[in-house]
Design a protein around this ligand. Structure first.
Ligand SMILES: [Zn+2]
Length: 410
């Protein structure tokens, strides 16, 4: 964690001022957790933090106030809770932001709150809000989800949204993949999964990494090409790869300190028929490739997403860099844990399909379909705004959560 000492001082001063000059160490520590300090790091820094708190508590209240003025920008906005923090680099045209669900079912309250926080900024600054349905994994699609998501997001934004479906943009992803190959940022790897993991573990390049441009272009065609697929016939490939025999990889580094970043895959072969595209394509871009291409093409200005996407964001930054593009401003959000409610789109889909509920709008479900019968979309905008840009997970029980919805549903 950067600037730990300064941040610890700032939080201690803030807490001391709020408590007649005496800071409570626990409150200082939870402030630092919110800033990214890990509980496991307390062993290392605990003593230092308690020294700082002691020192601050020995100052007069006047002096504490004076010192806090100098350090207050080290206390994050979300701690001060003054509503929606301003975003940097907002142009006159406003912002372009997005919400990117996968089509595994109807949207639920967790989606509603993440989408709303992004949408709050469209309301604040103007601009464009895009709902991008990420459906380039043919194995993970619930066909009814397309219409459900469209209906849900239109309700949530009162129609101020553009809905885009990734599988309609395949040629664009192919074009970018081919550019990466051409510029030497990408290669077709024919190692088995196990073999590649072994290279990765040893921080060694796999032999495919040495292939020249011509070989890579030919192998890419072989990935695209096999008999029954129209794209295959047009590419003129005679002998193609089978699924699992080849993947397109990004040349990051095989020595990257995080193994998950080492030459990560960009596209793979999957012949499962796609619910919308049927058998039109057999090479499917993986999320890091299509998300990067779309964020570049759609001129995304700011990205606010769930914090579990941190590694993906690092991969996407590398792809942006390869294309010489500046990465949008980004922030991460903690999850909502609503005790007594399971927020899983695919589980809800299973249960609805199994007839456990009367439908998507069953009042017992946390779906937007159910909530839109009782609440106005503004309720979700306000709850998202009140919480702001917090990376800390929020735990709330079901009754308290509904009380919160009712409070805003004027
Ligand atoms: Zn290889």
């Amino acid at each position: 964690m950067k600037n730990l000492k300064i941040k610890a001082r700032a939080y201690a001063l803030k807490n001391a001022i709020a408590h007649e000059g005496k800071a409570v160490q626990g409150a200082v520590v939870s402030g630092l957790f919110a800033e990214g300090l890990k509980p496991a790091e307390m062993k290392k820094y605990g003593k230092e933090i308690s020294e700082i708190v002691k020192k601050i508590n020995s100052l007069s209240l006047e002096k504490q106030k004076e010192e806090f003025e100098k350090l207050k920008e080290n206390v994050h906005e979300r701690e001060v809770r003054e509503g929606l923090p301003e975003l940097p680099n907002v142009s006159k045209k406003g912002v372009v932001m997005r919400f990117a669900p996968s089509p595994s079912g109807a949207l639920h309250v967790g989606h509603a709150l993440t989408a709303s926080l992004n949408f709050d900024y469209i309301n604040k600054y103007g601009g464009k809000f895009i709902c991008r349905i990420e459906d380039t994994n043919p194995d993970n699609i619930y066909p009814k989800a397309y219409d459900l998501i469209k209906e849900d997001i239109k309700w949530l934004t009162k129609g101020k949204v553009e809905v885009v479906i990734q599988s309609d943009r395949m040629n664009l992803y192919y074009k970018y993949a081919e550019k990466l190959i051409k510029q030497g940022y990408s290669y077709v790897c024919t190692c088995s999964g196990d073999k590649f993991r072994e290279f990765s573990k040893q921080k060694k390049n796999c032999p495919c990494r040495k292939k020249n441009l011509k070989e890579n272009q030919a192998d890419w065609k072989r990935m695209l090409g096999q008999s029954a697929y129209p794209k295959a016939r047009s590419s003129g490939a005679k002998k193609g790869f089978n699924p699992g025999e080849a993947v397109l990889r990004f040349k990051s580094s095989m020595k990257h300190k995080n193994p998950a970043m080492r030459d990560f895959p960009l596209a793979r072969i999957n012949e499962t028929p796609h619910p919308r595209q049927k058998k039109k394509y057999r090479v499917w871009p993986l999320m890091n490739l299509c998300v990067s291409v779309d964020d570049i093409e759609m001129k995304m200005t700011h990205i606010i997403r769930a914090k579990e996407h941190r590694d993906n964001s690092q991969r996407q930054k590398m792809i942006f860099k390869a294309f010489g593009k500046k990465y949008p401003w980004e922030a991460y959000l903690g999850r909502w844990h609503i005790q007594g409610m399971r927020l899983s789109a695919s589980q809800i889909t299973k249960d609805v399909e199994a007839g456990k509920y009367s439908g998507w709008d069953d009042p017992k479900l946390p779906t937007i379909q159910a909530l839109m019968k009782k609440y106005k979309p503004e309720v979700f905008w306000e709850i998202a705004e009140q919480r702001g840009l917090s990376e800390v997970d929020k735990v709330i029980n079901k009754d308290d959560f509904f009380a919160l919805l009712d409070k805003f549903n004027k």
